[in-house]
Design a protein around this ligand. Structure first.
Ligand code: NAD
Length: 351
């Protein structure tokens, strides 16, 4: 593994290898870009097959955060950290306090939060060592209602672009996943009079949405083939792939899940099929806006309003895609890169 080559490949600023022997803590903190502000991104606690896999993952995730924050219009850069689990039980206080000390050593260049495998109590352990952590218990709270609001508005912008009208009334929307984001999204959609078709692996979650919002439930494997206007992935990543592409009977894909495209070429394929894709990190940025609000002292209402701006951002992405003949996922990247480049160029004056 040529580490500096890996950093150079996607222009990462810094990669920190962290080790604390008494707890068995092994962590990596990646900072991709801090042009816009401190690098913010969660801590993932995960069992990796190799150190190389962990390095590649943390670099990829950190870069993703740079783009997400840039498009969302936040004063944040991109970073991420991973803690390598070995499958054995651990003392979480020791592990997360050790991590917190390394986060503190960066003096605010990196701010951490919850991610896969970590929870608010872990963040509280980190907070014992550093204030550069968000997503604490009793602060900005569950981000999923804000995320769902952003997805709902981004979906309306997608409908405007595809159908010439941003109303979702009477539209059939297939929602995959009735968890945190999926549930609140269904609530917004039902209130507007959309027809819902839903699926989840957990029977009780589907039942709740079916009962409360008069949704039609289908089996998890059937959701990709539902004849609908919009498919809203709100469960897993990589749901647009070689297998599902042949099944979709929708005009728009817009949902809360991260990493929706299995590979970039699947975004090109959606374009060829005439399916409008609302890029995942643009439409699901409400969660990041919510934790940003924790840093900035925003009210819950302000975070909610900020997530509503995803409507306009999504329209900008679609316009740029049209102007430049790009697939929408590439247009989103370009919008992020333009903002970073513009801010980087701003002239410094002596004060
Ligand atoms: P969650 O765990 O509450 O809900 C996910 C749901 O998907 C669960 O109910 C699960 O049973 C279901 N599911 C899993 N595999 C499935 C399958 N094959 N078919 C149907 N259902 C399946 O998670 P969440 O917080 O609602 O997040 C959902 C997605 O949105 C994730 O990809 C997450 O990364 C992304 N996201 C969430 C937020 C947030 O604020 N929570 C923010 C940004 C992105």
């Amino acid at each position: 593994m040529e580490l500096f080559q890996l950093l150079a490949e996607h222009d990462h600023e810094q990669l920190l290898f962290c080790h604390e022997p008494s707890s068995g803590y092994r962590g990596l903190i990646a900072i991709h870009n801090t042009t816009l502000g401190p690098a913010l991104g969660g801590t993932r606690y995960w069992k990796y097959a190799s150190e190389e896999e962990a390095v590649i993952d943390v670099l990829r995730l950190a870069k993703g955060m740079t783009y997400k924050a840039a498009v969302a219009g936040l004063n944040l850069g991109g970073g991420k950290s991973v803690i390598m689990a070995d499958g054995k039980p651990v003392d979480r206080e020791a592990i997360f306090r050790a991590h917190g000390r390394f986060v503190e050593s960066l003096k605010g260049r990196y701010i951490t939060a919850e991610d896969v495998g970590t929870s608010p109590p872990d963040m509280d352990y980190i907070y014992l060592e550093t204030s550069h952590v968000v997503g604490l218990q009793g602060r900005s709270g569950d981000p999923s209602p804000v995320t769902a609001h952003g997805v709902y508005r981004g979906m309306a912008a997608s409908a405007l672009t595809k159908f010439g009208d941003d109303s979702l009334k009477g539209k059939t929307i297939a929602v995959q996943g009735c968890g945190h984001v999926g549930y609140y999204l269904c609530q917004y959609l039902a209130e507007e009079g959309a027809r819902l078709v839903v699926a989840d692996l957990a029977a009780e979650k589907v039942q709740r949405v079916a009962d409360e919002f008069k949704a039609r439930a289908v089996k998890p494997e059937q959701i990709y083939g539902v004849e609908a206007d919009i498919f809203a992935p709100c469960a897993l990543g990589a749901v647009v792939n070689d297998t599902t592409l042949a099944q979709f009977k929708v005009k728009v894909i817009a949902g809360g899940a991260n990493n929706v495209l299995a590979e970039p070429r699947h975004g090109d394929e959606l374009e060829r099929k005439g399916i409008l894709y609302a890029p995942d990190y643009v439409i699901n940025a409400g969660g990041l806006m919510n934790v940003n609000g924790e840093l900035e002292g925003w009210s819950a209402d302000r975070a909610h309003r900020k997530a509503g701006e995803i409507y306009d951002t999504m329209l900008k992405v679609f316009e740029l895609a049209k102007e430049e003949g790009l697939p929408t996922y590439r247009a989103a990247d370009r919008l992020a890169e333009r903002r970073i480049a513009a801010v980087a160029k701003l002239k410094r004056t002596w004060v």
